[in-house]
Design a protein around this ligand. Structure first.
Ligand SMILES: [Ca+2]
Ligand SMILES: [Ca+2]
Length: 240
């Protein structure tokens, strides 16, 4: 009876993948995205001209994660396991779900509890779950230098601020694949206004965005090796 109960539990886990479960996804379409998996601000960067050339994630984890790798399932998952040691001042930086005020011209500062900080760099990650392969257009607003990676490739590198927290100068086509896609948004700030913002197209209402509205992220992503792990567990159970 006990073994039967264990089998039922395993069968349940195999059949229901996290993506299939109903989640309180953030809406896409042309809504500005409010929830991000964000790294604590890198401070004392020397400004955006300097910070754009530094991969703080790689430098701060001995290469365990990088700017490009965290825009993949594997790299995004690893963010849970690595504190980033800032190369600018030795600060230890961690990840959490943060909320952007999509109307605030200093939302880099306010998303981390400050009024207006300078010489900082912001990092945020989202997962985008698409029902199909598609080409769409992302609309980034930023102050100052923004760099964006999607599914392992840099797709955006614009040093000039866009002129307003909901003003976009360089709409950019990106490719999404069916299933999970990952986007990493890095923005270096020197002084004055400091904001990031991102939205997709009005026709993209069928995209699902994580973190969810109830602040879930890593725990709802598809496990990297679900079948292998469960097969091993079941084999171990049968041997016992
Ligand atoms: Ca600025
Ligand atoms: Ca500022």
């Amino acid at each position: 009876m006990k073994k039967f109960a264990i089998f039922i539990t395993l069968a349940f886990v195999v059949m229901i993948s996290p993506v299939a479960l109903a989640q309180n996804w953030q809406p896409a379409g042309d809504n500005w995205i409010e929830k991000w998996w964000g790294l604590d601000l890198v401070t004392e960067t020397g400004g955006f001209g300097t910070s754009a050339g530094i991969d703080y994630l790689s430098e701060g984890t001995d290469g365990a994660i990088t700017n490009a790798s965290v825009s993949t399932r594997e790299g995004a998952g690893k963010t849970a396991n690595f504190v980033v040691k800032s190369v600018s001042n030795g600060a230890l930086l961690g990840w959490s779900v943060i909320t952007l005020d999509i109307e605030d011209q200093n939302n880099i500062s306010s998303s981390h509890g400050f009024a207006d900080v300078n010489n900082v760099t912001w990092h945020g990650i989202i997962a985008i779950i698409s029902p199909d392969d598609r080409t769409t257009t992302m609309h980034p607003a930023h102050d100052d230098h923004a760099q964006i990676w999607v599914n392992g490739d840099m797709v955006y590198d614009v040093p000039d601020w866009t002129g307003g927290v909901q003003s976009v100068t360089t709409p950019t086509e990106i490719q999404l694949q069916k299933g999970e896609n990952y986007l990493h948004y890095k923005c270096g700030e020197s002084g004055g206004g400091d904001y990031v913002n991102l939205r997709f197209e009005a026709t993209d209402t069928d995209l699902l965005i994580a973190p969810t509205l109830d602040n879930r992220f890593l725990d709802i992503l598809t496990p990297v090796e679900p079948k292998g792990k469960l097969a091993t567990q079941w084999a171990d159970l049968k041997r016992q």
